[in-house]
Design a protein. Structure first.
Length: 251
């Protein structure tokens, strides 16, 4: 069956993750002075965070890479609409086959998997790769999941593709970052309100599509996908999975 043509996530979402406007602004400030800096967003999606960072400092330049061509095209449209296309390059590519590029700041929010490996090793792989991209004193904004509490077997069963060993606690995450040659400059986490807003926007496209296309041959598949997403959130991650933002300094 052909994949249903449902509205893209970015139709209803600013960021592809649990992040509010105010929280994003605070994260940008934690990166320190950005005059003349080159900011590289790995797994950038439609590059909303990267574009806002560039808007905060007119002398900074940016580069973003993501495998999703639709997201990258949308990011380029956003950059052009904001007059930023002369300061940012957005490319479609597989990070596993990417040679890297010079960076003063690296951003990787919710996309540690782009460097490959199994789910348990994603976090460490991302920290090692970011360290290689940065000179001493460089900054790394890293958004990654953690367990608010250990999920029950029933909750893990609903999550399906998330093994228990994929995440640890916030202290575990910080310690792992320090072991890869970083110091911690700032730390915050997504609120429940940010999570609920993100997940609700994520689901909204499917529900709207179902209302508008009740007789489509794809309706059953879209409904099943929306149902899986609802159960994943309500019975799986809502009380167990957190999301931390670490601003790190390469030493």
């Amino acid at each position: 069956m052909v994949t249903p043509e449902i509205p893209p996530l970015y139709r209803d979402s600013d960021f592809n993750g649990p992040l509010s406007d105010a929280h994003a602004a605070r994260l940008i400030r934690t990166l320190g002075p950005l005059e003349g800096r080159r900011i590289v967003d790995v797994g950038c999606g439609w590059a909303e965070f990267l574009l806002r960072t560039l808007e905060s400092e007119p002398t900074a330049t940016g580069f973003g890479i993501d495998r999703n061509g639709d997201h990258v095209r949308h990011g380029r449209e956003l950059a052009a609409a904001r007059g930023l296309d002369d300061r940012v390059e957005l490319v479609v590519g597989d990070v596993g086959e990417w040679a890297g590029t010079e960076a003063d700041v690296v951003v990787n929010n919710g996309a540690s998997h782009v460097w490959g490996g199994d789910p348990v090793t994603h976090t460490g792989n991302a920290l090692a790769a970011a360290s290689d991209l940065l000179a001493p004193g460089g900054r790394f904004l890293f958004g990654e999941g953690f367990w608010l509490r250990e999920p029950t077997p029933e909750e893990l069963g609903v999550m399906q593709d998330i093994p228990l060993a994929q995440y640890g606690s916030v202290p575990d995450l910080v310690d792992l970052a320090l072991s890869h040659g970083f110091r911690l400059r700032a730390l915050s986490q997504a609120t429940l309100e940010e999570w609920d807003d993100f997940e609700s926007r994520h689901a909204q496209g499917w529900e709207d599509w179902l209302l508008e296309n009740p007789d489509s041959p794809d309706a059953e598949e879209v409904r099943a996908r929306a149902d899986r997403h609802r159960e994943f959130r309500v019975r799986g991650t809502r009380e167990t999975l957190g999301f931390a933002y670490l601003t790190l300094i390469r030493v």
